[in-house]
Design a binder for this molecule. Structure first.
Ligand code: ZN
Length: 315
């Protein structure tokens, strides 16, 4: 196993009228570094791509990435060719890592647009180094710029940011400075390609919680009728935990429940609704063993919502 830390640069339309709806961002550079299991950089990859959808570099992009249209015309190669080379370089047992989740999304959108078979494994697990950095140095929810993290950890090497390979290199350095042994379970799941059938649905068990990614549904109401999605099986013993309250929603997107496993105690359930651009949805369920006071909080919330609804009805 080795890590592939990657970073992309992309170009976009120079006016709103010129935006291609299926490809808002066109990749112009792929940069990556390979890290061994101990977090040391052992190899690097850098390739320029000649854009075909937006052949002129947008002036803002030009300023940020320090490139010219001429350079891409001269040294850029076709996307398909670079992709093949990149994945050959990655090897079959690469664990992908990026700063944030956007690069993997846009990468796959470009792959789809250019009619190439998606070379990433499915489901695609990856390390979001921005999130891991936040878990280690911030509150776990904040999302800092790569520059901020590099600065704070004293990793600046004099290389400018916003060239794919140097950003990949810096991301790799940040990763090398994180307690990866501890962070190993904190894999993210890529949501660009979603399960289409029950067999493809994603079941994950981590040390302190379990996660389930459903297939696509026309609506969240329809999704909530699915027994697999609403099941509350304890991830420690694989036995069904009995729900104390039915799944209830406090807003348009989240559902909660509380269940009891006789062996392991309270299990808090949460289902998040995720919207797709076409209006369909998929659901992400997490189940977590929680202490008594957290369990009580769920019941209190449920009661509050119930009485609010009752009040509304009476008015
Ligand atoms: Zn249990």
């Amino acid at each position: 196993m080795h890590y592939v830390v990657m970073d992309l640069e992309w170009n976009q339309a120079s006016s709103r009228e010129a935006v291609h709806p299926d490809l808002v961002f066109e990749i112009i550079e792929i940069g990556a570094v390979k890290l061994d299991e101990s977090g040391c950089v052992v190899d690097e990859f850098d390739a320029l791509i000649r854009p075909t959808v937006y052949p002129e570099l947008y002036f803002r992009v030009r300023e940020v990435v320090h490139m010219s249209t001429k350079l891409l015309e001269r040294e850029g190669r076709p996307f398909a060719e670079v992709i093949e080379e990149f994945f050959a370089w990655c090897g079959p047992d690469a664990v992908f890592c990026t700063w944030g989740s956007m690069d993997l999304t846009e990468f796959q959108r470009n792959i789809l647009y250019f009619g190439i078979e998606n070379p990433f494994p499915f489901p695609l697990f990856y390390y979001d180094v921005q999130k891991l950095y936040s878990l280690s140095y911030e509150d776990g929810k904040a999302r800092s710029a790569l520059e901020t993290a590099v600065d704070r950890l004293g990793l600046f090497m004099g290389e400018p940011f916003h060239r794919a390979v140097s950003d990949a290199y810096y991301t790799g350095l940040v990763m090398g400075a994180l307690p990866m042994k501890q962070l190993k379970p904190m894999l993210s799941v890529d949501y660009f390609r979603l399960p289409r059938t029950p067999e493809e649905e994603i079941h994950l068990v981590f040390d302190t919680y379990s996660k389930f990614v459903s297939r696509i549904y026309p609506s969240r109401e329809e999704a909530m009728r699915d027994a697999e999605l609403t099941s509350t099986v304890c991830y420690r013993c694989n036995e069904p935990a009995k729900r104390r309250v039915n799944w209830f929603s406090d807003n348009a997107r989240h559902y909660y429940t509380l269940a009891w496993c006789p062996k392991h105690g309270w299990l808090k359930g949460k289902i998040r609704t995720k919207k797709n651009p076409d209006g369909s949805v998929f659901m992400v369920k997490t189940l977590k063993l929680v202490p008594q006071n957290t369990a009580v909080d769920v019941l209190v919330k449920h009661e509050e919502l119930k009485s609010k609804r009752r009040e509304k009805r009476l008015k």
